[in-house]
Design a protein around this ligand. Structure first.
Ligand SMILES: [Fe+2]
Ligand SMILES: [Fe+2]
Length: 168
């Protein structure tokens, strides 16, 4: 887990959105959705694109009758609760380390109103709320739970999103 996070940080330092990525976004997101996407930091944009590319591969392998476009939207927009400037790279390292290594300190920081800790822990619900505001209710339901503890009756789409998110 922690090593995966460290790899993410290094990747985030070199993150870049290519013209092909731009085309991909224009194909799968409307203007309003793109506005939310581009409000994220470049590192999160990069992570969300990779999550979408992974989810596409999972869906192809799987061939069950699931809505591919719906899943791509969920992947591209799952972290929009985190906005550019909310958390720099060092803020992110700090919150991840504290959360993983000292969960009770993380609890205390959140209770004291630490903004970084709040965003880190609640961005999934915040993403869900933003999606509701633009009428994407079905997407909001899945996205709001992407960091919640898995339960046996989680929808299949949520499981795929978690898998793809974890891999990136
Ligand atoms: Fe997330
Ligand atoms: Fe994510």
């Amino acid at each position: 887990m922690i090593f995966k996070r460290i790899r993410q940080f290094f990747r985030a330092l070199t993150a870049r959105i290519t013209p092909d990525d731009g085309k991909y976004l224009a194909t799968h997101l409307n203007a309003e959705e793109q506005r939310l996407f581009f409000a994220m930091s470049t590192a999160d944009q990069y992570h969300s694109l990779r999550t979408a590319y992974t989810i596409e591969r999972l869906v192809i392998q799987d061939k069950q009758g699931i809505d591919r476009e719906f899943l791509i939207r969920c992947a591209l927009l799952h972290d929009i609760g985190r906005v550019k400037g909310d958390m720099g790279i060092f803020g992110k390292i700090f919150t991840v380390l504290v959360s993983e290594l000292a969960p009770s300190l993380a609890d205390r920081l959140e209770l004291k109103g630490n903004h970084l800790m709040f965003v880190y822990r609640h961005h999934a619900e915040m993403s869900g709320r933003k999606l509701q505001q633009i009428g994407l209710f079905k997407e909001a339901k899945i996205v709001a739970k992407h960091h919640a503890k898995p339960t046996p009756d989680d929808p299949y789409e949520l499981k795929l999103l978690r898998l793809a998110d974890e891999a990136n």
